[in-house]
Design a binder for this molecule. Structure first.
Ligand code: CA
Length: 229
């Protein structure tokens, strides 16, 4: 599970990040709201753990901006204040859950597991269209410009992952975890090899590329040209 933590108290941030890493999560941690918003818009996370009281941009503003931008990543609010109106405000803005500080780490883990269970099935509906690419998860079919593509199971899994996060940059680590289900050494080129094979089938015969390499960061699937290259 890939998690973004936005928490400005250094000690709490370290504690959360370390605890989640020890439980097998990959973690990005930031200390202010603007950084959190920028990362959450650019990269795909499974969950965002968002402190309400953050410098520069508070947690409410971050959540509102994310939802306005169409980013549906589940959010757990951390609030130091056990006020009903705070919780209601957070839930109204589209937060998925909240925790009142101080909380037991085990409770955060339980909420994360629960959230992952609740949100996962929602991704499984309907065909995904990106430019002239149509991917139908129910039929397991991939068609580009009217031509059916024959993909291996791994190539298909990778394409589906990228398609579900269209426009967002996915790191090699995230791709490796999602496609193979385990943590890979960051040095490995197994992801690049798979990407090359997918690109040969998905893009090479069709001209305009959908699969974009973002140097030093990862990969992105989109019908619009590179903005990060
Ligand atoms: Ca804070």
């Amino acid at each position: 599970m890939r998690i973004l933590i936005a928490e400005d108290e250094a000690k709490a941030q370290r504690y959360l990040a370390q605890g989640l890493r020890e439980n097998g999560c990959s973690v990005e941690a930031v200390g202010d709201g603007r950084e959190a918003l920028a990362l959450a818009r650019m990269h795909a996370f499974d969950v965002i753990v968002l402190d309400v009281m953050l410098p520069v941009l508070d947690g409410w503003s971050v959540l509102r901006a994310l939802r306005d931008a169409g980013v549906r990543t589940p959010v757990i609010f951390l609030t130091a204040r056990d006020h009903v109106e705070d919780r209601v405000r957070g839930l109204d803005l589209g937060a998925d859950d909240y925790l009142v500080k101080p909380f037991a780490f085990a409770e955060l883990l339980a909420r994360l597991r629960n959230l992952a269970r609740r949100t996962a099935p929602a991704q499984d509906f309907g065909p995904i269209e990106i430019g002239d690419l149509v991917l139908d998860p129910l039929r397991h079919s991939v068609v580009r410009a009217g031509t059916p593509l024959k993909l291996t199971a791994k190539e298909y899994t990778l394409l589906l992952l990228l398609a579900r996060h269209r426009g967002q940059v996915l790191s090699r680590t995230l791709i490796a975890e999602a496609v193979w289900g385990i943590c890979f050494e960051t040095q490995t080129n197994v992801v690049d090899v798979l990407l090359r094979r997918l690109r040969a089938k998905l893009d090479a015969p069709f001209g305009a590329p959908l699969l974009h390499t973002v140097r030093g960061v990862g990969y992105r699937l989109d019908s619009t040209p590179d903005e990060h290259a």
